[in-house]
Ligand binder design. Structure first.
Ligand code: TYD
Length: 137
């Protein structure tokens, strides 16, 4: 199930007294080639983002600043992951419902995606998502 395939990936961390540095290089750290990056920031208190699944795109989500929780759902089971460091990220496979909630002040969620933006790849209705998941079994 997609929810079990989602996992935290630790990134290289070059510790330095001048400040730490982490990086992602195509295919080396994450299990897909990066086609697109976007980031979510200036989130007002109490708001949540995402709230959808993708048919085919893979994503990798990093808390570049601050913290937030990612709530994953595979149509049956829910899992909540707290993100608070910029040297690891969460790999989210296709057909995983996700919400990003509980943003701290000044947090930044960076998302790397395996595809270009494609509205047709979104599943925005949770009931439809559950039906699709159960048909797949
Ligand atoms: P969306 O992914 O729907 O964000 P959320 O699920 O958190 O509400 O994106 C919001 C809008 O931003 C969407 O209507 C289209 C636009 N958008 C792009 O144009 N390109 C992108 O890469 C992304 C992620 C969004």
């Amino acid at each position: 199930m997609a929810i079990n395939k989602a996992h935290i990936i630790e990134l290289p961390k070059v510790a330095d007294p001048r400040g730490n540095l982490s990086f992602i290089q195509n295919s080396d750290q994450i299990p897909f080639d990066i086609k697109r990056a976007y980031w979510i920031y200036d989130v007002p208190g109490g708001m949540f983002r995402n709230g959808h699944a993708f048919c085919s795109q893979h994503e990798f989500i990093v808390a570049l600043s601050g913290s937030f929780d990612i709530v994953l759902n595979d149509g049956n089971e829910e899992r909540r992951i707290h993100m608070s460091r910029s040297y690891y990220g969460l790999y989210v496979p296709p057909m995983t419902w996700r919400e990003i909630v509980n943003f701290s002040t000044n947090s930044v969620a960076m998302v790397l995606s395996s595809t270009l933006y494609d509205e047709d790849d979104y599943i925005r209705d949770f009931e439809q998502f559950k039906k699709l998941c159960n048909n797949e079994k």
